[in-house]
Design a protein. Structure first.
Length: 135
């Protein structure tokens, strides 16, 4: 859950996102049915936990892949929110939401998806989040 917490904190601190999506609509997990759009759901796709070299420390380094899925009511809104969700250039490091972050880097962008019956347009962007977790 720490990787999700990190990505959410970065998104809600990013002015281009907040100009399009209120913080209350950036949620861990699946966007609830009926939530006003645009909205963003955050899910962990994978994680690798590596113990420290000494094996004597309780901390592990975690590399998690987090998917940021944009839900919008129009295709142009989908693209605008996805663009804002890039979080700017470079890697993010330091302490984020109380988590020691080694790096947050952009990864792949998923395909356009949509549901003509519901009028919801979706697309995702992944991030690799490397952080330290105490066991």
């Amino acid at each position: 859950m720490s990787a999700i917490k990190v990505i959410r904190a970065l998104l809600v601190a990013h002015a281009p996102i907040l100009g399009l999506v209120p913080a209350a609509r950036i949620v861990a997990g699946t966007v609830p049915q009926g939530m006003p759009l645009p909205a963003i759901g955050l899910t962990e796709i994978s994680r690798v936990e590596l113990p420290t070299v000494s094996l004597g420390q309780r901390a592990v380094q975690v590399t998690a892949r987090v998917q940021v899925t944009v839900h919008a009511s129009t295709y142009p809104d989908q693209k605008a929110v996805l663009q804002a969700a890039k979080l700017g250039p470079g890697a993010h490091t330091g302490t984020v939401a109380g988590v020691t972050v080694r790096s947050v880097m952009r990864d792949v962008v998923g395909p356009d998806m949509g549901d003509a019956d519901t009028g919801i347009y979706q697309q995702s962007r992944d991030f690799k989040v490397v952080y330290v977790e105490d066991n």
